[in-house]
Design a protein around this ligand. Structure first.
Ligand code: 5GP
Length: 223
């Protein structure tokens, strides 16, 4: 690991005191670069995991079942919806995507923070859920051209899918107002550092450190 990565890691170290993990809900239009950004941050920020969603879309080249997504057919997905297996789910560009309730509940109860990569509908649904501590982050791509370039470079979408994703982008962008943080993703290193910094700052919030603070103060009193 580079010294730079180590610095980020030590700054973001979580004081293992808050009883419940935090959900970091990350959204952007398709091609906004959030996948790369999240991978970078997971490498350097400790005690942070990634929620693997379920989807009915076909795997892209190089995607592994259980790593990027759990790939299921529509019937299985609908059975899971009926069984209440999703914390939230949405139809995005004609495919169904859902966040697994079991993984999130398990990790959050164990005090682990977790990143959810969801579309803007998913982010709105998570905000409505009771009893979860969540922080929302919107990744703003610098331009429509960049978005187009990233989607083309990925080379996995048909022309039709590409058109749908680009057409939906302005509407998705207009949802930025409902998010706690906006990261302008014009430069991946800076954007990744900013995402790690958000996690770090949120971990330093007084409300999340109350048990630790009370413990330290009690020790002062004992002397
Ligand atoms: P992609 O097909 O490019 O991997 O993802 C398409 C869109 O679906 C992205 O905006 C992505 O964030 C979103 N997405 C992925 N997983 C979920 C999920 O579990 N729930 C919701 N609501 N959206 C998701």
């Amino acid at each position: 690991m580079s010294s730079k990565a180590t610095d980020v890691q030590s700054e973001t170290q979580r004081t293992q005191t808050s009883p419940q993990g935090v959900l970091y809900v990350v959204s952007s239009p398709s091609g906004g670069g959030k996948g790369t950004l999240i991978r970078r941050v997971l490498e350097v920020v400790p005690d942070l995991s990634y929620s693997v969603s379920y989807t009915t879309r076909a795997p892209r080249n190089g995607e592994v079942n259980g790593r990027e997504y759990f790939f299921v057919d529509r019937q299985r997905f609908e059975e899971m919806v009926a069984a209440g297996d999703f914390l939230e789910w949405a139809n995005v560009h004609g495919h169904l995507y859902g966040t697994a309730r079991s993984q999130v509940t398990r990790e959050v109860a164990a005090g682990t923070d977790i990143i959810l990569e969801v579309d803007v509908q998913g982010a709105a649904s998570v905000k409505e859920l009771d009893g979860l501590d969540s922080v929302s982050i919107f990744i703003l791509p610098p331009s429509l051209e960049t978005l187009k370039e990233r989607l083309l470079a990925r080379g996995t979408d048909s022309q039709e899918q590409l058109d749908v994703r680009l057409r939906k982008a302005p509407e998705e962008l207009s949802q930025y107002v409902s998010f706690d943080y906006i990261i302008f993703n014009d430069q991946i290193d800076r954007a990744a550092a900013q995402l790690a910094a958000i996690v770090s700052a949120e971990r330093a919030r007084r409300a999340r450190q109350e048990p630790l603070i009370r413990d330290v103060i009690e020790k002062f009193k004992a002397n």
